[in-house]
Design a protein around this ligand. Structure first.
Ligand SMILES: C[S@@+](CC[C@H](N)C(=O)[O-])C[C@H]1O[C@@H](n2cnc3c(N)ncnc32)[C@H](O)[C@@H]1O
Length: 247
C-alpha cells in the first residue's frame, strides 16, 4: 500500500459495456485506480511486497543502486527504500507521466534514509550501474518480446556480484490443459475480488497484444542467456510468477 490515508479508489474502468475496448494504457484514468486494480488483479501482489522488503534487507548493499523498473505508483519502490541500508540509492523508472507524478507524491511522504530519484523515462534507456538489486514487477510483459533479451542483458551487466533481480510476470503454459486451468482459476480469483464477467472479458480484450506473456521456461532461459548465474522461483499464484535471478 502506498502511504495514502484515503482508501484506494475502486476500479470500475471496465464495468460498463464498451463498443470496442481500446488497447490498455497506463494513463491518468488507470493511475487513479491503479492501487485497487493491481491488488484485485494480481494474485500474490501482497506477498511480493513483503518479498521486496526481505530482499532489500538481505541483498541491498550500501553505496549501490537499487532500481524499480516500471515503478507505477511507487508501492514496491517505497518498500524497497524502507528496507535498504542508509547509503543505498533507489532509482524508480516509469514511462507514464500519470504514474510518475503520483509516485513522486507517494515517495515524498516517506522519510527513510536511503536516497531516491524517480525518472520519467523508458526503462530501455535506463543505464543500469552498480546495482545490488533490480525489480521488474509485472513490467517486462508490456514491452515488445524482441526487446526483452537486451533489457535483461543490460540489467545483468550493470549488477554487482551477489546482486539480485526480481522478475515478476504473468506467464503462459505450453500445455493447453494447464493453460486453460490456470486461466480459469485466475478468473475465479478475479470474480472473488468483485470483478464481473463483463469486466474480466473487456479487460482481457484491452490487454490483447499489449500484455504478451512468456512461459516460465522462456524467462528462465533468457535470464541465464543474459548473464545471470542462477534462477530460482520465488512465487507462483496461478499464472502469475516471480523469479529471482542472481548475478
Ligand atoms: C503493471 S505496472 C507495474 C506495477 C508496479 N511495478 C508495482 O509493482 O506496483 C507496469 C508499469 O510499467 C510501466 N511501463 C511499461 N512499459 C514501460 C517502459 N518501456 N519503460 C518504463 N516503464 C514502463 C507502465 O507505465 C506501468 O506503470
Amino acid at each position: 500500500m502506498t502511504h495514502n490515508t484515503k482508501p484506494p479508489v475502486h476500479d470500475t474502468i471496465f464495468a460498463q459495456p464498451l463498443e470496442t475496448p481500446a488497447p490498455f494504457e497506463f494513463n491518468a484514468q488507470v493511475a487513479d485506480v491503479f492501487e485497487n486494480m493491481i491488488q484485485r488483479s494480481v494474485p500474490g501482489y501482497h506477498f511480493l511486497l513483503d518479498v521486496i522488503g526481505l530482499l532489500a534487507a538481505r541483498y541491498g548493499q550500501p553505496h549501490s543502486h537499487c532500481y524499480d523498473l516500471g515503478c507505477s505508483l511507487g508501492t514496491m519502490t517505497l518498500r524497497l527504500r524502507q528496507n535498504l541500508p542508509a547509503l543505498a540509492h533507489v532509482i524508480g523508472v516509469d514511462n507514464s507521466a500519470a504514474m510518475v507524478s503520483r509516485c513522486l507524491h507517494n515517495m515524498g511522504r516517506d522519510h527513510s534514509q536511503a536516497s531516491y530519484e524517480i525518472r520519467h523515462q523508458n526503462l530501455q534507456d535506463t543505464a543500469i550501474e552498480n546495482a545490488s538489486m533490480v525489480i521488474l514487477n509485472f513490467t517486462l510483459q508490456f514491452i515488445a518480446d524482441i526487446e526483452r533479451p537486451s533489457i535483461l542483458k543490460n540489467i545483468a551487466e550493470g549488477m554487482r556480484p551477489g546482486g539480485v533481480l526480481l522478475l515478476a510476470e504473468k506467464v503462459c503454459f505450453d500445455d493447453p490443459q494447464q493453460q486453460d486451468l490456470q486461466v480459469d482459476l485466475y478468473h475465479d480469483f478475479k470474480r472473488y475480488q468483485g470483478y464481473s464477467d463483463l469486466e474480466i472479458a473487456q479487460k482481457r480484450a484491452a490487454l490483447e497484444n499489449v500484455l504478451v506473456p512468456n512461459t516460465l521456461e522462456q524467462h528462465r532461459q533468457r535470464l541465464l542467456d543474459a548473464g545471470f548465474s542462477r534462477v530460482e522461483t520465488c512465487m507462483q499464484c496461478f499464472n502469475f510468477c516471480a523469479l529471482l535471478a542472481f548475478k
